[in-house]
Unconditional design. Sequence first.
Length: 426
Amino acid sequence: MTAPARLARLSRTAVIAAVALVGAGLLAVVWSMNHAVRSASESVIRGETSTLQRTLRAELNEPGDASRAARLPGILDGHAADGLRYLAELDADGHVIADAGQASTDRATLEAWIAAATPSEPVEIDGRARVVYRRRGPRPDRPDRADDDARGRRDSGRIAGLLFELEPPVADELRASARWLLGLGGAAALLLIGLSALLVRWSFAREREVRAAEQARHLATLGQLSAVMAHEIRNPLASLKGNAQLLARSLPEGDKPRAKADRVVSEATRLETLTNDLLEFARVGEIRRADVDPTALVRDAAAAIAPDRIDIDASDAPPTWPLDADRLRQVVVNLLENAVEMSEAPVEVRIARAGGDLHLAVRDHGPGIAAADLPHLFEPFFTRRTRGTGLGLAVSRRLVELHGGTITARAADGGGALFEVSLPRR
């Protein structure tokens, strides 16, 4: 990667990281604020219940003609604006002896809760704050019981316990504000995080486009150079090959000079194949589509190579597909030749329609593909074969891409190599 490209990539990464960090920081701040508001609302509820408890006790203990049970409804109505919804007087055992308002649960459940509840500690239940207060009796650990007896006589008319439920208005407002802030901050944070995700996708897509453009320019330059070289080599090579063939025919079989002449012919033939591949690699033209039977095309290519060593599965193949038959046949021939050369077992070919694409898979049972070779497999002049030119797969990829499709390679499950071609209808 060049220095400018590396710098651009680092800049994009820094911007994306900054946006993601701002979003995450905002989300953390909003969450922290929400937690703080909740803690504050709990403190507010404690303050409200404590203040209300003292007020209610004072009102209930005021002397008057009416009993406390008769005064409970009026006291409840007087504090309705404070959120009071239920008020109950308890006996020394925690049983409800008088109440007013509507409790959030039935009396049996309420008394069971009283028995296990922590006095003076408000608990939120069904949107209400419920709290129980119980008067402490004489302390048995005090040696002087005279003061306790006097206090008992003095407090004999006071309530033994008090329970009430309220809907704390201040705490509810705080929580509503916290929920609103949490929603707003969360939406902003998610928006920033989503923006960073979009930037990541855009960055990767942009890098792929830049790499594809660079590769296209590289291949175009390489193709032009290859075409010039191939044209310059082709004519003298044909002359060299023809004269070597004439010389070989004029020499007796088994003679050492005849063997040397045959070697010249063989190498000239290999160079001729290379120049033809170079010209094919350099050739760029439009795809001329026509409705073609893909199964017949593959069977024809297999028949030209090794029909007895190629198994074709066309059970899910479409009857026709718009293709440039000559160019796709070249791709199939190249893949089948490579597979047959690498595998002693039969080569498996599958033709099928997958979604909206024509799918062609060629699988061999050879040594497979090294992981280090996969990124370079379709690059020009890359080959592990001693007699290969390294242009067959590069040409195949160009022809498949001219069809608007893709070609991939990977190690097959169970050994061997798997090449897959996907061609869209349009």
